[in-house]
Design a protein around this ligand. Structure first.
Ligand SMILES: [Zn+2]
Length: 120
């Protein structure tokens, strides 16, 4: 038993554990994507259709939540969700390297937003 407590065995064991965690992290497919909960039963309050899942970029919101554009957005395409907005970037180690997030959006809202942006 004493033989196994030699430093070289302990170091080998620590390396083995470290390698396991590094490899496991490398194989996680959505490492940098924030995963959304299931909202497949949710319905757009404006268009009354089911939402769809998409992966979008994460950004920190700089607009004032009471700005006229936000009010316009809520009225015309509340669920376009083409960006995942944060009020401030994640502080914790688990989330700080995220760049994209899954999001549930309404296709009709996106279409409405696109048409308005094109001015048609
Ligand atoms: Zn909608």
């Amino acid at each position: 038993m004493r033989k196994f407590l030699q430093p070289k065995y302990i170091i080998f064991f620590i390396l083995l554990v470290a390698a396991f965690f590094l490899l496991r992290k490398g194989f996680e497919p959505h490492e940098d994507v924030l995963i959304a909960g299931d909202q497949s039963e949710a319905i757009c309050p404006l268009h009354k259709i089911h939402l769809k899942l998409d992966t979008v970029v994460i950004a920190v919101r700089k607009d004032d939540p009471d700005s006229s554009y936000i009010v316009f957005q809520k009225k015309n395409f509340p669920m376009a969700q083409d960006t995942f907005y944060l009020l401030q970037w994640f502080q914790d180690d688990e989330h700080k390297n995220l760049s994209r997030a899954q999001i549930w959006y309404c296709p009709a809202c996106r279409e409405a937003k696109r048409k308005i942006a094109e001015g048609s």
